[in-house]
Design a protein around this ligand. Structure first.
Ligand SMILES: *Cc1c(COP(=O)(O)O)cnc(C)c1O
Length: 391
């Protein structure tokens, strides 16, 4: 019976402490959230620059909705391409100093859509083992051969590239900042490899767009190699505080996607309100450098303090800081204890991360205060000692 099978699978998840539950969120302000009726300091959101509750984004959304309505009414190729799209895409082209840009409904959709549009059965996709799930799903949907290289392991990637016939289309794809570890991809080395082997390089800047680079363009710009990356994908749903995603690159690439990307063609355009806030966020993020500076100051401080306390923060060098605990149940207990002490930070378990590396993941926000952070570190240290994670 299929029902018994489903219930058995749920029971297995429960037993392995891997069953997911939806928490109930109520409202949030100044770094705090109400979750399951408790007031918690939010160290779990991707609202890195604090733009999600910015009045300017909210007002731009309202204005857009009043002008263009609540819904887009159709896909962009039919009648959903309201004027805000062109404005926002023109702003993206300028910001990223590129030829063309396309806004896509979400980061998940973008990765699934781009990879499945570009690659097909005879092609090969080389993907970092810790890439986001949407990249894996895009590769599977494309039906290309998927070769997953060891995390940030350039030598392993080169071995795989070498073994692949020269005539095959090759796509190398990587997150720039890895969402579960907070470490960074070796983009310069990836560019060198893609040039050596004639591959396409695609990067996912979901956790770096808005943060790195002089105007928050992303990690590729920060490293001065933007024009060597063929496909730049990023989201508006994290540092930019709203929703949706983009892909930027050469004009022919964007034209190709408009014509071949099913996840773009066969879906309703974003609601005008979302485009309004995207447009506002693109301009704010380029100007308000102090947000980035605050975030980096906070991140450096938190990483150093957690290390000093004796926690294993893995290879993090960014605003995403895990403390790796290992065991699932212990990790879940750790996050519950943190909640009891007033901190929202998620337990991340397999299959999201490899077996035996369950962790608490903290993600920081520019808008936190030093007092909030020091208080949080105290709570984390107390729980760490209570549970024997640190001495
Ligand atoms: C969050 C994330 C996505 C998905 O973006 P959404 O806009 O939330 O759909 C894709 N890639 C990476 C690396 C992400 O962290």
């Amino acid at each position: 019976m299929w029902q018994d099978n489903i219930n058995a699978q749920l029971a297995t998840l429960e037993k392995k402490a891997q069953k997911r539950k939806l928490p109930r969120m109520e409202r949030s302000d100044e770094g705090w959230v109400m979750m399951n009726g408790r007031k918690l300091l939010n160290l779990a959101s991707n609202n890195y620059l604090g733009l999600a509750d910015d009045e300017r984004l909210i007002e731009a959304s309202i204005r857009a909705m009043q002008t263009y309505g609540a819904g887009a009414t159709a896909s962009r190729l039919i009648v959903g391409n309201h004027a805000l799209y062109e404005e926002a895409e023109a702003a993206l082209v300028k910001w990223k100093e590129t030829e063309a840009a396309l806004i896509i409904n979400s980061g998940y959709t973008a990765n699934v859509g781009i990879l499945s549009a570009l690659a097909s059965r005879e092609d090969v996709i080389f993907s970092d083992k810790l890439n986001h799930a949407s990249i894996v799903d895009g590769a599977i949907l494309s039906r290309a051969e998927l070769k997953r290289y060891r995390h940030n392991d350039i030598d392993h990637l080169e071995t795989l590239l070498k073994k692949t016939p020269v005539h095959k289309l090759k796509i190398i794809v990587t997150d720039t900042v890895f969402s579960m570890d907070g470490d960074i991809a070796p983009l310069r080395e990836l560019v060198a490899l893609k040039e050596k082997y004639g591959a396409i390089l695609m990067i996912d800047e979901a956790h770096s767009s808005g943060l790195y680079g002089e105007k928050g363009e992303g990690l590729a710009h920060h490293l001065g190699i933007a024009e060597h990356v063929d496909i730049h994908m990023g989201t508006f749903s994290k540092a930019l505080g709203t929703f949706g995603a983009y892909v930027t690159g050469k004009k022919y690439l964007i034209d190709y996607l408009i014509n071949h990307m099913r996840a773009f063609i066969f879906t309703t355009a974003l609601p005008p309100a979302v485009l309004g806030s995207i447009r506002a966020a693109i301009s704010i993020v380029q100007q308000e450098h102090e947000r980035r500076i605050n975030l980096f100051t906070h991140s450096d401080y938190v990483r150093n303090e957690l290390k000093r306390l004796g926690f294993n923060i893995g290879a993090s060098t960014t605003q995403i800081v895990p403390i790796i605990i290992g065991d699932n149940e212990r990790t879940v207990r750790f996050s519950e204890r943190l909640q009891e002490r007033g901190i929202a930070a998620v337990a991340i378990r397999p299959p999201t991360v490899p077996e035996g590396t369950a962790r608490i993941r903290f993600s920081l926000m520019a808008t936190l205060t030093k007092q909030q952070i020091d208080w949080a570190l105290e709570q984390i240290a107390l729980v760490g000692k209570e549970m024997g994670v640190i001495a």
